[in-house]
Design a protein around this ligand. Sequence first.
Ligand code: NAD
Length: 340
Amino acid sequence: MEVLKLETKRILVLGAGGFIGSHLVKRLKREGHWVRGVDLKYPEFAPTQADEFVIGDLRDPKVCDLVIDTSIDEIYQLAADMGGAGFVFTGDNDADIMHNSALINLNVAEQAVKKNVNKVFYSSSACMYPEYNQLDPENPKCSEDSAYPAAPDSEYGWEKLFSERLYLAFHRNYDLDVRIARYHNIFGPEGTWRGGREKAPAALCRKVAEAEDGGYIEVWGDGKQTRSFLYIDECLEGTRRLMDSDFTGPVNIGSEEMVTIDELAQMIIDISGKNLGIKHVPGPEGVRGRNSDNRLIEEKIGWKPTQPLRVGLEKTYRWIESELIGIEGKRCVIKTGNYI
Ligand code: NAD
């Protein structure tokens, strides 16, 4: 009987302490690869499964020189200074977002060529699409060929566009094999859910989990802005398939199930079983409408995500609820200790 042997690679995951990076490490380990993770911090919610984990600042060229060595077959570059609307759209973090993420990508592209890395995956974002195509919440346009003339609505989006072009230029001039995905709102358990960098699904799950039955939750804006959200497992499936394909991209990795933010909030309220109202308050919103367009990914790699939003939301809500209960539990212990 023929025994099929899977190819084991030496893979570097940059941003391995973050949400997508820590899940990706788990997936690559399940596939049998050797993995080195790099980040400013360890994953927050579960121990890393990487074979090696380097705490290092990728803005520093010396750190990139060290972690990208000639033994590395593939790199997944997910490290970025990023967050949800409360971090990206207020304007307060623009300089850091542009400077920090651009430095990381400049260093990584250079070292990947110097060390003859076979392939580099870069995680771009739907935030690079022009604002003028996303003014109508019912009909946003996010096909890959609609990226130009460029007009992202945030500096985060401009940096993503710059770095896409950087990796493509290295591809053309230095033969660096690259894969570029434009992620659309990835969510799931073990993602940031408080502290200011959390994104809409996690923030709304937290608000609903914290709310008293019969009360209300706050939603930024009028709630009519539209988005689609992709569950982490499907994001990783698309990422792995793109990496193993011969298509460079850029290509969307996102869901086509577009909902208004009010619909998203209501879905989470329904999952919680609570009776809650929605109160609209001013806050950073981003573009009026956004949805993934999956025609290109289906054509090029014969795959697109299909899982309904509600399935992933159920898992995410239960996880955030359990995190909150954990914190409440710890608070009780501290209180009891103080009283004694
Ligand atoms: P995340 O913030 O959880 O992970 C990014 C990680 O990069 C963090 O752990 C952070 O500590 C690390 N990092 C930042 N600066 C660093 C530095 N100087 N040196 C080393 N590490 C550094 O974000 P995520 O949601 O996991 O996103 C991963 C990638 O996907 C990012 O590039 C992001 O822009 C992109 N993306 C994410 C989404 C999404 O919805 N989550 C959507 C579009 C694009």
